[in-house]
Design a protein around this ligand. Structure first.
Ligand code: SF4
Ligand code: SF4
Length: 71
């Protein structure tokens, strides 16, 4: 499994499937609080603590690579 999981102190879990992620960057652009960062052309979520659960990242990802516990 190539899913990387990021969990906040409040229990928000963002999973990013690196087999599906194509490095397109929509998640980085659309997130209003800059949760995501591209590393070696794959999305990571180092700032998961800032997430406001708007679900824009899940909607914007063209390959369905993002799994969000609140969305
Ligand atoms: S929008 Fe989806 S495919 Fe594009 S970088 Fe983010 S997780 Fe990867
Ligand atoms: S749910 Fe919204 S705030 Fe949270 S990571 Fe996705 S786009 Fe950013």
């Amino acid at each position: 499994m190539a899913v990387k999981k990021y969990e906040s102190g409040s229990g928000i879990v963002i999973g990013i499937d690196h087999e599906k992620c194509v490095g397109s960057g929509e998640c980085v652009s659309v997130c209003p609080v800059s949760v995501f960062e591209l590393v070696d052309n794959k999305s990571t979520a180092p700032n998961v603590e800032a997430c406001i659960e708007c679900c824009a990242c899940v909607s914007a990802c063209p390959t369905g690579a993002i799994d969000h516990s609140s969305c």
